[in-house]
Design a protein around this ligand. Structure first.
Ligand code: PEP
Ligand code: MG
Length: 892
């Protein structure tokens, strides 16, 4: 016969922690605490298998269930010396749901079940406290009516408020036994009115009503939605926990509370929590009364005049301290506990691993390992890499008030405050005067790099997670909110408006790049603290990691930052980004707009020394670590001049007519620049570009090598290749330049040439291409764009509804689409390696900083990932977790 019911209490239990699937989280932990001999009110758990049976059999129960429940009730009665439904000595119970994973949205709790017009009198006699009995009865009617009978809570609240008003009471504690007795009658009348039948008086009917409500709530809309969002299978089902009541509302020696074994916001090792005297569980969360502190230290720190538990009930406090130590050692993690004190005796009602902030998670993991409770590997597995973001950037003080103007995409983490400006020139002018500004634009382009550097943060109304603004801001480690479509920018009047609010140029605004919120005014921030624990945990992570972590960087600032964060090389130096600065962009535009080779060579000659000195600096900063330099890959539109002023500037620099340039710029306009004249196509058409870059790289390698005394071995990367022939053409020019420079300087540079794989055809032809490439770096931004046929820049307009409808589980530009793009990566890695032993494999798209995508890179055996500097620590931790075998879900 199947066992449907599991009892616990009195130092033993039929279940244990290992039976979580069957007993749910709460049931398993109650059983475990009983087995540990802790004071747990006796009770029983109806297993999740009953839930499964219930839904498989048109909401009917297995025939033997009633027998099991009756036997369990008798067992609990025997342990408590009471009997369920007994008019003289009634056993009262609580009924709670408890799934495998904690699930808000399901029926939570009914307390004091078993009370009726007869047993309430017995309780009054037994406790010698009529107020307690009638207070419990009215609580029971309210909760039961709400969660089982579906009568909204406010009906009872209204009755209570009206009554208090009529009597001139303000606090519930002012009400006496007769008041509650009166209210119970009014509540019962309310139930009769809503249901057309009386409040159930039969305790067994009450109990089965509550059990059915728990099982029923497994399929309510909120629970279904929650399961969908958290990938919890419907087949798991919920358990039901029925437990003898203990009363925190039996007068001044009784209380109820919650406590954490460590501080959940700082991680400090201290008992942290709150309690209420003469109260039941829901009062603590309901916020009607202000709870009291558990320890004297916390009371003093909070400046509270209400006694702490330590002072008010020293015996119960000592017992709580004993138990918390025991529970933490047993579960080897910070615990979140619920307790009740009935007339001085402490009872444990729940324990579970406590939720915590990123900062606390880090500290607790490191402390637990140092205390010997967990291994270092376990510590590494316990911290969510994505949460590290919170620690690396300034964040909005959680206590600060937020006035939300609009919400866009959380494009680059961290928060920033400043005055609104609309142009890069304004931003730069402000920066010179040390004024803090937020650059607000419809979208940004390469000309805005200056302004972006000068601003504290960037807000755009258009563009997705891989738009120019988003990518560049992440690279700079600047907060950015992109695609805040609800905002209207009126440049003429200098205003920003959204949702009825109008802000002017110069007004303060705050952006939260971690949530996408745009907020009015200046808001208090918390500064990042890269404390000792951070460094310790990262060190442990590095010991477990196989994947190398490099960075995407082209400026010395970014490169230094990345090295500080532990980058093991540069995986992607986007050389076109080196030409965004004032003077340089003019030379760059000159080169692009030149209509013959001579013109291009003239412009390239201006670019060469700048490029060379940048590379020297990068090589010096990286001190012999690998540096992958990508040849020019600008979608041309990013560099084309738009304004007459810009055309004039270039015309002057080139000594050409503005009109001729305007026509040339028009000729170069493309309908699909992302699929246009970019990547190696530039080098194929104009080999002199690749030649100039190769020369700059080789000369810089020689120079940096002689300055530092360490040989530099650059990796030269050709972008957007689709055939081996393209790569061969460009590679031939690079090799020829290497030979030329070696001859001129008498020094040979050790270099390699590889390619990006960012087109499906390149992935499919990987075996062929590997014949000419020493390494592959997967450019998964473009590979996602070209595999899914979704524009990187415009995806924002519809991706939201795709996610909402569950068509895509994640934004594929954030988390690698394993089934599609991932399949191409895997196949290219296999084909490439089969063709060339020792082919080096990396990934440098935005996915290189995303933990779930990093887990994929580990699975397919890439050599490294490369990401923006601020994501380097996240990638290090995620790579360690992937190596330690943590399962990271990407598909729901
Ligand atoms: C990519 O496409 O993934 C890549 C890294 O190149 P970019 O973002 O510069 O196109
Ligand atoms: Mg690309």
């Amino acid at each position: 016969m199947t066992k449907w019911v599991y009892t616990f209490g009195d130092g033993k239990a039929e279940g244990n922690q290992g039976l979580k699937n069957l007993l749910g989280g709460k049931g398993a932990n109650l059983a475990e605490m009983s087995n540990l001999g802790l004071p747990v009110p006796p009770g029983f758990t109806i297993s999740t298998e009953v839930c499964t049976y219930y839904y498989a059999h048109e909401r009917r129960y297995p025939a033997e269930l009633a027998i099991g429940v009756d036997a369990a009730l008798k067992h609990v009665g025997a342990l408590t010396g009471r009997a369920f439904g007994d008019p003289e000595n009634p056993l009262l119970v609580s009924v709670r749901s408890g799934a495998r994973a904690s699930m808000p949205g399901m029926m939570d709790t009914v307390l004091n079940l078993g009370l009726n017009d007869v047993t309430v009198e017995a309780m009054a006699r037994l406790a010698n406290d009529a107020r307690f009995a009638w207070d419990s009865y009215r609580r029971f009617i309210t909760m039961y009516s709400n969660v089982v009978l579906d009568i909204e809570h406010h009906n009872f609240e209204d009755i209570l408020e009206e009554y208090k008003d009529s009597k001139g009471f303000t606090l519930d504690t002012e009400l006496g036994a007769d008041d509650w007795r009166h209210l119970v009658q009014a509540y019962k009348a309310c139930v009769q009115h809503h249901l057309g039948r009386p409040f159930p008086q039969d305790p067994h009917e009450q109990l089965w009503g509550a059990i059915s409500a728990v099982f029923g709530s497994w399929m309510n809309a909120r629970a279904i939605k929650y399961r969908e969002l958290h990938a919890i299978p419907e087949s798991w089902g919920t358990a039901v926990n029925v437990q003898a009541m203990v009363f925190g509302n039996m007068g001044e020696t009784s209380a109820t509370g919650v406590a954490f074994t460590r501080n959940p916001s700082t991680g400090a090792r201290e008992l942290y929590g709150e309690f209420l005297i003469n109260a039941q569980g829901e009062d603590v969360v309901a916020g009607i009364r202000t709870p009291q502190d558990i320890t004297e230290a916390a009371r003093l720190a909070a400046g509270s005049t209400k006694p702490s538990l330590e002072a008010a009930m020293p015996d119960a406090y000592r017992e709580l301290v004993r138990i918390y130590g025991l529970l933490e050692t047993h579960y080897r993690d910070m615990q979140d506990m619920e307790f009740t004190i009935e007339r001085g005796k402490l009872w444990m009602l729940q324990t579970r691993n406590g939720k915590r902030t990123a900062k606390a998670a880090l500290k607790i993991a490191v402390d637990l390992a140092n205390e010997g409770l967990i291994s270092r590997e376990e510590a590494v597995l316990r911290v969510d890499p994505a949460a590290l973001d919170q620690l690396l950037h300034p964040t909005i003080d959680p206590k600060a008030e937020r006035i939300v103007v609009a919400t866009g995409l959380p494009a680059s983490p961290g928060a920033a405050t400043g005055a609104i400006v609309f142009t890069s020139e304004e931003a730069e002018a402000a920066a010179r005067e040390k004024r803090k500004v937020i650059l607000v634009r419809v979208e940004t382009s390469p000309e805005d790099i200056h302004g972006m550097h000068a601003a504290e943060g960037i807000l755009t109304t258009r563009g997705g997670m891989t738009s120019h603004a988003a990518v560049v801001a992440r690279g700079m480690g600047k907060p950015c909110v992109s695609g805040a479509g609800a905002i209207r920018i009126d440049m003429v009047n200098g205003t920003v408006s959204a949702g009825g609010k109008v802000l002017k140029r110069g007004d303060s605004i705050t952006i939260d790049g971690s949530t996408g919120q745009v907020l009015q005014g200046e808001i208090a921030m918390l500064q990042p603290e890269l404390s000792g624990e951070f460094a310790t945990l990262m060190g442990w992570a590095d010991q477990s990691r196989r994947l190398k972590v490099r960075t995407n960087a082209e400026t010395p600032l970014d490169a230094r930052m990345a090295v500080k964060f532990g980058a093991e090389g540069i995986g992607l130096c986007r050389t076109e980004h080196m030409f965004f600065d004032g003077e340089r962009i003019i030379a760059m535009r000159e080169m692009i707009l030149a209509d013959d080779e001579k013109g291009r060579r003239a412009a390239l000659a201006k670019l060469l020394p700048m490029q060379r000195s940048d590379f020297i600096e990068l090589f010096e900063i990286m001190k012999g670590l690998p540096v992958t330099i990508r040849l020019l890959d600008p979608p041309l539109h990013e560099f084309l001049p738009h304004e007459p002023r810009e055309i004039q500037e270039i015309a002057e620099a080139m000594g050409a007519s503005p009109e001729k340039l305007r026509v040339r710029a028009l000729e170069l306009r493309e309908s699909n620049p992302m699929l246009g004249f970019r990547g190696c196509r530039l080098a194929v058409a104009y080999p002199e570009i690749a030649e100039m870059q190769a020369r700059a790289i080789f000369e810089a390698a020689i120079e940096a090598g002689s300055r530092t005394g360490a040989a530099v071995s650059p990796e030269i990367m050709v972008p957007l290749v689709m055939t081996r022939a393209e790569l061969d053409l460009v590679k031939a020019r690079i090799d020829a330049m290497a030979a030329a420079v070696a001859k001129e300087r008498g020094v040979t540079v050790d270099y390699s040439v590889g390619t990006m794989i960012e087109l499906p055809r390149a992935a499919l032809r990987a075996a062929d291409i590997a014949g000419s490439a020493a390494f592959f770096s997967f450019g998964t931004n473009d590979l996602t764009q070209t595999t899914l046929g979704i524009s990187r820049d415009d995806a924002g307009s519809f991706l939201g509804s795709y996610k909402a409808r569950g068509i895509l589980a994640e934004d594929p530009f954030v988390t690698l689409d394993r089934e599609g793009v991932g399949e191409l990566v895997k196949l290219a890695a296999e084909r490439g390696r089969a063709a060339r032993a020792g082919l080096k494999l990396g990934l440098c798209g935005e996915h290189g900083g995303d933990p779930a995508s990093i887990a994929f890179c580990e699975e397919v055996g890439l050599d490294y990932v490369s990401c923006s500097p601020f994501r380097v620590p996240i990638a290090r931790l995620a790579a360690a977790q992937a190596a330690l075998g943590r399962v990271t879900k990407t598909e729901g």
